[in-house]
Design a binder for this molecule. Structure first.
Ligand SMILES: *Cc1c(COP(=O)(O)O)cnc(C)c1O
Length: 305
């Protein structure tokens, strides 16, 4: 299914004459939509070619990545192993419950071991314990994911207006932005702004540069659409919220009926509205917001707060 690009009326943007369109990646699949679909699709092709070995990956107890991986494993018949940071508390929260219900084998990893999870020593420990596996890094952020996300801009039409256009998205690892920057190279008058969901100034721009250098060739790197990361709209840190953010989300949901949540898509739209308010972004123009997903059901989205 192609993700729809929906024009949305929202007073917080229209008062600046800024036209909002939302690319609804969340509508592509109920369990397996959002940016995680694009991050996983080329990995799934590779896993199938390898004869469907078990797939091992990592995440926090509310990880959208583990959730999507579990759904993919069920759908494409490969075993999934989810190594969860910290303790696994039972009864399980809705995200881990979904993972287990979709066949994912969950194992707790202490916070200290979690930090070292990608070292050769720890990968060997995991191989001894679980046998051979296909490794997906945290957030699924590898080369296959980068080129999967580079497909996202094909759903964004060329602009014929001379005025500037922004593509905006929420960033966790920054991999999705890296792919979109590659895939947007031929879009005219278009700049990409990522909104960091983490309290870590400078970190995501560095990560994005690292992904582009390790996974993309120099031609792709020379032809990137212009991009930057805004680091000041995390509302206290990852999965943290403040009153302004919650109020914004309520208002947005009420006016537009488009579901957004406080961890990712809410911070992106709230952040952009503040840039408009501050005059950092001039009035007018068009903004294409990437709806990266993160809405599972009422129970899990309220649990995430
Ligand atoms: C995982 C996720 C992101 C972050 O994607 P990155 O590629 O890690 O930057 C953004 N939005 C939602 C809803 C997500 O689940």
């Amino acid at each position: 299914m192609e993700p729809p690009l929906e024009g949305v009326e929202f007073s917080g943007f229209s008062k600046y004459n800024t036209q909002l369109k939302i690319l609804r990646l969340d509508k592509m699949h109920p369990d397996f939509g959002g940016n995680k679909f694009f991050k996983l699709k080329r990995n799934i092709e590779k896993i199938k070619k390898l004869g469907s070995p078990p797939v091992l990956s990592f995440g926090g107890a509310y990880s959208n990545h583990l959730r999507a991986l579990a759904a993919a494993g069920k759908m494409y018949s490969f075993k999934t192993l989810g190594l969860v940071r910290g303790e696994i508390v039972r009864p399980l929260n809705p995200v881990l419950k979904f993972c287990e219900a979709n066949g994912m084998e969950l194992h707790a990893l202490s916070r200290s071991a979690y930090r070292l999870k990608s070292t050769e020593k720890h990968l060997d420990l995991f191989r001894n314990k679980f046998g051979e596996f296909y490794l997906l890094p945290e957030g699924g952020s590898n080369r296959e994911a980068l080129f999967g996300c580079a497909e996202i801009p094909q759903f964004i039409p060329q602009t014929d207006e001379g005025s500037l256009r922004h593509i905006i998205l929420a960033c966790g690892t920054g991999l999705t932005l890296s792919g979109i920057a590659i895939g947007s190279s031929s879009l005219k008058n278009t700049k990409i702004i990522g909104f960091s969901t983490l309290k870590a100034p400078g970190y995501l721009a560095q990560q994005i540069t690292k992904y582009l250098h390790s996974f993309a060739n120099s031609f792709a790197r020379k032809n990137l659409a212009p991009w930057r990361v805004e680091d000041n709209f995390h509302c206290g840190g990852y999965a943290k919220t403040d009153a302004g953010l919650l109020e914004f989300i309520k208002k947005f949901n009420k006016e537009t009926m488009v579901p957004i949540e406080p961890v990712y898509t809410g911070k992106m739209l709230y952040g952009f509205s503040q840039l408009l308010g501050l005059g950092v972004i001039p009035p007018g123009g068009e903004v294409i917001a990437i709806h990266t997903g993160g809405i599972h059901n009422k129970m899990s989205s309220s649990q995430r707060v």
